[in-house]
Design a protein around this ligand. Structure first.
Ligand code: ATP
Ligand code: LTN
Length: 329
């Protein structure tokens, strides 16, 4: 059976881009493959400094993952720091990737530029090595990610191949799979940059827990262009195309088809808002139920952590043996 792995960082509130670009596909994929989904709190540490924040975000994110429909009896949902093999293999990966390769990662360039006046940790730079460990520990065949993560999957493949070449066949070589629709949702106010949890401007971001009034307001204010024609053209009309992409993803059609239904920007915005509100309503209800029962939430996570550790510990010892570290036994 195909093994699929994808992870999400507990760095802030989950937004529509995360849901349409990632989580929704995790849910639909859980019955088609053996799926592992990690809440990668160690990755969140690259950009989080205040005490307590990561733990709180991790718990909320776990509630979101189950609320969107991941079934703990089918999908392995785990917390990265609860499976210490990630840190252990992460170091080995750092020693298998070059400084030059890491320097070419656009996520590092973007994030370090955004943090200009702030602390840029070395972890932010070596982040892809830890991500490679996340993936390789589970012998993942496929890694479903949005466009923004393709480069990290490529570098993971390069690292895995290099390791196998140096130390003998150890890791499965993964490949990235990109969902067909809603692959890249842009910020409503700044439709040429992706909707992101860690951007400073939050009004162009639709959060999964936003109430209907807020969602309507955000869509109303969405940036379009000075023309009037509703057509799907990412290059020439990024704002309108983004709305069409969101509407299409929320109603199960294509952006081109959605464009045929509307002639006015105002109607397109209103329809997009309503479609998103309807899509999020049941998710929000389940989220609050789960968050009110933290004992149950922790029980579900322990279940996933146990299953994750079983697989990860085997792969780590395979890698350690291949390298030929002196055995402690
Ligand atoms: P950050 O801004 O801190 O990088 P993020 O919003 O990009 O956070 P991640 O935790 O990095 O979120 O990503 C979780 C998943 O959501 C990834 O698979 C990523 O590809 C996807 N994703 C994030 N933003 C978008 C977006 N705007 N459109 C589509 N998919 C997205
Ligand atoms: N880097 C990813 C999050 C991430 C991930 C992973 C995704 C960490 N480890 C392993 C897929 C597989 C991001 O910023 N979205």
């Amino acid at each position: 059976m195909t093994r699929v792995l994808s992870c999400i960082q507990p760095t802030g509130e989950v937004h529509l881009g995360n849901y349409l670009g990632a989580l929704r596909n995790w849910v639909s994929g859980q019955h088609k493959a053996d799926v592992f989904h990690g809440i990668v709190d160690l990755h969140a540490l690259t950009v989080t400094e205040e005490p307590g924040v990561i733990g709180r975000n991790t718990l909320q994110l776990a509630a979101v993952l189950f609320a969107v429909g991941l079934d703990p009896d089918v999908a392995t949902v785990f917390v990265q720091s609860h499976v210490p093999e990630h840190s252990q293999l992460g170091w080995i990966m750092e020693c298998t990737v070059s400084f030059g390769e890491l320097s070419r990662m656009t996520q590092f360039k973007d994030k370090s530029a955004k943090r200009e006046a702030e602390f840029v940790s070395a972890g932010l730079f070596t982040y892809p090595a830890l991500q490679a460990a996340d993936i390789l520990l589970y012998d993942a065949n496929e890694v479903p990610v949005g466009d923004d993560q393709r480069q990290h999957i490529e570098i993971t493949r390069d690292i895995a191949m290099r390791f196998n070449h140096r130390f003998g066949e150890t890791f499965v070589i993964p490949k990235s799979v990109t969902p067909p629709s809603g692959a890249r949702i842009m910020d409503l106010l700044n439709p040429t940059s992706k909707m992101s949890k860690s951007g400073d401007e939050d009004t162009g971001v639709i959060y999964l827990l936003d109430d209907p009034a807020k969602i309507e307001k955000k869509f109303k204010r969405a940036v379009t262009d000075s023309e009037t024609e509703v057509v799907f053209d990412r290059e020439r009309k990024p704002g309108v195309s983004n709305l069409l992409e969101i509407l299409a993803a929320a109603t199960g059609t294509t952006p081109q088809k959605a464009a045929e239904t509307y002639t006015r920007y105002g109607d397109l915005k209103a329809a997009s808002a309503q479609a998103v509100i309807a899509m999020l309503e049941p998710i929000q209800a389940r989220y609050f139920e789960l968050l009110n029962d933290q004992g149950e939430l922790m029980r579900l996570l322990h279940k996933g952590n146990g299953r994750a550790k079983e697989v990860a510990s085997k792969t780590l010892s395979r890698a350690q043996k291949a390298i030929g570290f002196l055995s402690a036994e």
